[in-house]
Each structure stands twice: as structure tokens, then as C-alpha cells.
Design a protein around this ligand. Structure first.
Ligand code: 3Y8
Ligand code: NAP
Length: 248
């Protein structure tokens, strides 16, 4: 009997969950438990860490997982590394469902940054009005550049005041729209956007808005990951699953 474990937290993971439910394939969608409200899903959901590689290895064995699909965000490097190690330890087949990195288009003004510390260092200089669209987990790093006026977009209201003396918080979850992001940047007089190269459609509206307004974007590159089998579409995941002996 197959049991597919999907590591989620992205638009693509939700789309995959929908297709697995339609195909009546036994699946569980897993979240880290980062935010207060999770999108409802058509398959059973589990929330919270596994407890590192050992915890995930035990989970795969205890839950008799037959296939693991890592559909986490490209910046969820720890989770993805743990999945590779746990699948190597247990022999459970692993497939990553990822989004191609965004590429700059005609009219874009991107400054490529290798990682978040490099983006923070590049913010040295006179005060600017910065849209920091990277979520909550890395805000502390930007306290090193307190001179800017920051527009923060978070999924949940912050429990503690962000470590930035001049910041305005918007509580909103994607997917976002170009019109909405353009209006937001205009209303706040934004002159620089900081973004992770998440890929996919849920977060890309801000890039089109920046292009329309002629604003520069600091684009933070993805953390390196060990090699693993990787596809970019839900259809390819389903072909992989049907290619394997699902016994259904
Ligand atoms: C908990 C719960 C779906 C999934 C939707 C996608 C699209 C909207 C855009 C901006 C960028 C950001 C952030 C973002 C987007 C989708 C997708 C995506 C970026 C949810 C979700 C969880 C998370 C975790 C959250 C992080 C944060 C990152 C906000 C769900 C809504 C900035 C990444 O407050 C926190 O602790 C938030 C933490 C990790 C990154 C960070 O470092 O703060 N995502 N986002 C998942 C879990 O618990 O496992 O899926 O319903 C999911 C989505 N967020 O089904 O529709 O697929 O990327 N999420 C980034 O890309 O830069 C917002 O504001 O422009
Ligand atoms: P991370 O740094 O790679 O993960 C840190 C720890 O969180 C992992 O070691 C694991 O804990 C737990 N974890 C992460 N994803 C999990 C999942 N899907 N199910 C169960 N446990 C999980 O990951 P992150 O950047 O914090 O991202 C957390 C979640 O938010 C992921 O599901 C990711 O897809 C989603 N997300 C992240 C971003 C982003 O920018 N990072 C953007 C959008 C969505 P244990 O070691 O205890 O198992």
C-alpha cells in the first residue's frame, strides 16, 4: 500500500496535494508549523518538525512512507538536506518538486546577492525606502542597517516589534497581484525591493511591479543543495509515482 509524504509550504505542494487526492493516492502533507493559519488541504496534514534527520528517518519507517516528495521552498535548505539524508538511510525514494529560479527580463534592474548577509551589507549607505519582502525569519539580520525606512510583509502579525526602528508592517499572505504590489510600492514611496529568488507564481508579482515602476531589486540567490532527483511540475511527480510500483 503506497503512502506518499509531501513536504509542503508552497503553492506547488498544495497543487500536488489536490492531484493526489483526485487520484485517491494515500498521502500526507507536512508543514513546519511556521504560521498561525494553514490553507485547508484535501489530504491529511501533519504540522511541526520531525526532529532532525533521525526524527524524519524514524517517521518514514513508523508511518511506512513509500515515497517522499520534497515540495518545500528553495530556501528551506535544512529540510531538504534532511530529506536527502533520511531517504538515503531508509531507501525511501525521494523526488524534489521545485520552481525554476526567476530570471531578469527586459527592463529589470536586479542586483544579484549570493545570500542574505550580502544583501544586508549591500544596504550600507544613505537612508532609502526599502520593501523587505522576505518574510519574518531573517529580519534580525537587517537590524545592521537601521537607517532605512522598511516596508515589511509578514504572514502573521509580529509577536514582538521588528528589530528595525523605522518600519511599517503589512500582514498579508500570497499569492499577490501586480496591481496590488504596484499600488503598495507607490503608496509607500518604495525605492528598492529586497526579494528571495523563490521562483513560482505566488511571490513574483512584486518583480513585475518593480519593473513597471522602474525600481531596482536586490535578488537573493538560493542556498546550495546536494544533488537529488528534481522536477518542476506536478505532472512529472505523478508520472514518477505511476512509474514506480504503487501497487494500486
Ligand atoms: C508555513 C502556509 C499555498 C502556499 C502559498 C509560494 C507562494 C504564498 C509568497 C512576499 C513574499 C515568503 C514567505 C511567501 C510566499 C506562497 C505560499 C509563499 C513569501 C505560507 C505557509 C507557510 C509559509 C512560511 C513562510 C515563511 C516565509 C515565507 C512569507 C501555507 C503562507 C517571504 C518567502 O512568518 C513566518 O514565520 C513565515 C515564514 C517561511 C519566509 C521567512 O523566512 O519568513 N513562507 N508561507 C509553511 C510551514 O509551516 O511549513 O502554505 O498555507 C506558504 C506560502 N508562502 O498553498 O498557497 O509558494 O512561495 N512565503 C519568499 O518566497 O520570499 C512572501 O511577501 O512578496
Ligand atoms: P528550513 O529552515 O529548511 O527548516 C528548518 C526546520 O523546520 C527543519 O529542519 C524541520 O524541522 C522543520 N521543517 C521545515 N519544513 C518542514 C515541513 N514541510 N514539514 C515538517 N517540518 C518542516 O525551512 P524554513 O525555511 O524554515 O521553511 C519552513 C516551511 O515554510 C517549509 O515548509 C517551507 O516550504 C515553507 N516556506 C519557506 C519559505 C522560505 O523562504 N524559507 C518560503 C515559503 C514557504 P526538524 O529538523 O525538527 O524536522
Amino acid at each position: 500500500m503506497p503512502h506518499i509524504l509531501v513536504l509542503g509550504g508552497t503553492t506547488e505542494a498544495s497543487l500536488l496535494a489536490q492531484r493526489l487526492a483526485e487520484a485517491r493516492l494515500p498521502a500526507t502533507l507536512s508543514y513546519a508549523g511556521r504560521v498561525a493559519r494553514l490553507r485547508s488541504q484535501p489530504v491529511p496534514v501533519r504540522v511541526g518538525g520531525f526532529g532532525g534527520v533521525a526524527g524524519l528517518t524514524d517517521h518514514l519507517r513508523r508511518e511506512r512512507v513509500t515515497h517522499l516528495v520534497d515540495a518545500t521552498h528553495p530556501f528551506a535548505a535544512t529540510m531538504s538536506g534532511n530529506a536527502i539524508a533520511a531517504c538515503a538511510a531508509t531507501g525511501v525514494p525521494l523526488l524534489a518538486l521545485t520552481r525554476p529560479a526567476w530570471q531578469p527580463e527586459q527592463g529589470d534592474d536586479w542586483r544579484h546577492m549570493p545570500d542574505i548577509p550580502a544583501a544586508v551589507a549591500a544596504l550600507a549607505g544613505p537612508p532609502r525606502r526599502v520593501m523587505l519582502a522576505i518574510g519574518r525569519m531573517h529580519l534580525d539580520a537587517f537590524a545592521a542597517q537601521p537607517q532605512h525606512s522598511y516596508l515589511l510583509r509578514l504572514v502573521d502579525p509580529p509577536e514582538v516589534a521588528p528589530p528595525l526602528p523605522d518600519c511599517h508592517v503589512i500582514v498579508d499572505r500570497g499569492p499577490f497581484t501586480v496591481a496590488g504590489d504596484t499600488a503598495l510600492m507607490r503608496a509607500h514611496g518604495i525605492d528598492l525591493i529586497v526579494s528571495k529568488n523563490a521562483g513560482g507564481s505566488g511571490a513574483e508579482a512584486k518583480l513585475a511591479a518593480a519593473r513597471a515602476l522602474g525600481l531596482p531589486v536586490m535578488m537573493i540567490g538560493r542556498p546550495p543543495l546536494p544533488d537529488r532527483a528534481e522536477v518542476h511540475s506536478v505532472d512529472e511527480v505523478l508520472r514518477w509515482l505511476h512509474g514506480a510500483d504503487l501497487g494500486v
